[in-house]
Design a protein around this ligand. Sequence first.
Ligand SMILES: *[C@@H]1O[C@H](CO)[C@@H](O)[C@H](O)[C@H]1NC(C)=O
Length: 584
Amino acid sequence: MEAPVCLIENNPNEKLQVNPEALEILQNIQQPVVVVAIVGLYRTGKSYLMNKLAGKMKGFSLGATIQANTMGIWMWCLPHPRMSDHTLVLLDTEGLGDVEKSNTQNDAWIFALSILLSSTFVYNSMGTIDQYALEKLQYVTELTKHIKVKASPKKTSEEDESDFLRFFPVFIWAVRDFSLQLKLNGRRITEDEYLENALKRKPDSPETLDLAKKCVRQYFPSRKCFVFDRPAGTRDLEDLEDLPESKLCPDFLEQSNKFCQYIYNNAQPKIIQGGHRVTGKSLGHLVQTYVDAIASGTIPCIENAVTVLAQIENTAAVQDAITCYEAAIKQRVQLPTETVNEVLEAHGQCEKEALKSFMARAFKDDNHEYQKNLANQMQSKLQELISHNEQVSLDRCQAVLMDLFQVVEEKISNGSYSVPGGYQMFLEDQKEKLQHYELAPKKGLMAAKALQDFLKSREMTVQSILKADQILTDKQKEIEVEKIWAEASKREAELHEKMRIEAEERAEQEKQSYEEHRNQLMEKMEADRRRLLTENEAVLNTKLEEQRRVQEEGFHREYSRLQGEIQNLRSQISEQASSPCVIL
Ligand SMILES: *[C@@H]1O[C@H](CO)[C@@H](O)[C@H](O)[C@H]1NC(C)=O
């Protein structure tokens, strides 16, 4: 992308709208995305940081040119400078809090969408993190009205809210034109300590202020702070993009670089439930689902969006696995094969690979519906392949037989065998042809069956040659007929035995296929269980830390509320830890 495009338009007095052009760009990104969103009042130099992240001087507009631009969320997709095979998606919000142009209702949605879509969320503000800055964070305090975690209506918003931290991005506070010294009680402190200190709660502070602190701490357990000096003498932040770097204050440049390096090295790919990485394409689906929800007057729900995404992704995962299976089996098997087992073994290998590719991509396949679908499809592919293999072999065998016996046929028609001793001549000819048949290459697994059918179809002819042969006595003829029958039934018995073995091999294959599906499913479920357990333990630690803090700060009611959440979490964890997956 040469320049950013508007992703979600926020026009005054209109519903939010997704820009199809931007969706198309996302549609074509198959790589996982690292999504960095920046939010804050207009004319605070947000775009400078975003352009800097993009490695460009210009791109996202700055305050000065805002009038020319559509408001809403702007997007810029770039190759990630550090992580190969990843795309860096930068989201800049335009016009937030611009009283003249935007409507506050939509602004709240834009704020919520930036959180829902990003994996790193940068909040940009001016001056210091003081009461004013915190109170400007009103949108954070209203997030329960704009984001739902669970689809089930039973969940209270408080229950829902306690899960925000599982889904929310890393929070970075970028403080611009910071003019204070990073000191607390005469001691030098880090930027992060500065932020944590600003988020300290006091029982007697104004309610709105306290709520903002509480929400930031509760929703965003991963927090980071960067402070920036004034970029250049007296110049406004608005003109930043027109200044060459040499005119910018060195401290500011260094701080900007530090910020960018941090994002490049630390900002994580966007993930959803089950650690599943979001690709550009699926990010597009998320955008659409969330904006549709808002347009239809409902609150965007993370669980619903993930369900929608899972359906799309799992369908694609099945399709891709089938394509992978077909390509692999084509490479492994040359039709016709000599045994059915060759096909079964190749199928086993290819199914395993295809299943792996499916498992790597599928998620939230709760009733294993997609996996079952894949299993059925692969089984019918196998059936098709087996039938095709038989047909190819049959065709080839028939062609070989026709070719070999052409002369014999001619001799039958022109009466060459209708002479005394003709039957013996016939037998010798036939024997020779059958030896040739035996040696003919690439007949495949139907060689015996094709021969049996061929000989059967000629029984009457052979018997009439025998009958017509005047050199043989009736007794001899009887013995010959017996011989013909005996040979035919011997071949028949061999064919039966062959089919019995093949049926056993098929049964064995089905058993193995089932085992393979089961094993890979168990592995995935076990990995999911461990991931959830680790996540729950991390959440528990965060809540314990927050509980310690509120106790210290003297918020006793909250201490008890957290105690309840912590107990719930502990029992969930012990349940998960003691019950490995079982598939019934
Ligand atoms: C009958 O056909 C065979 C095979 O084409 C040939 O060799 C033979 O000479 C023919 N015999 C007569 C009597 O036409």
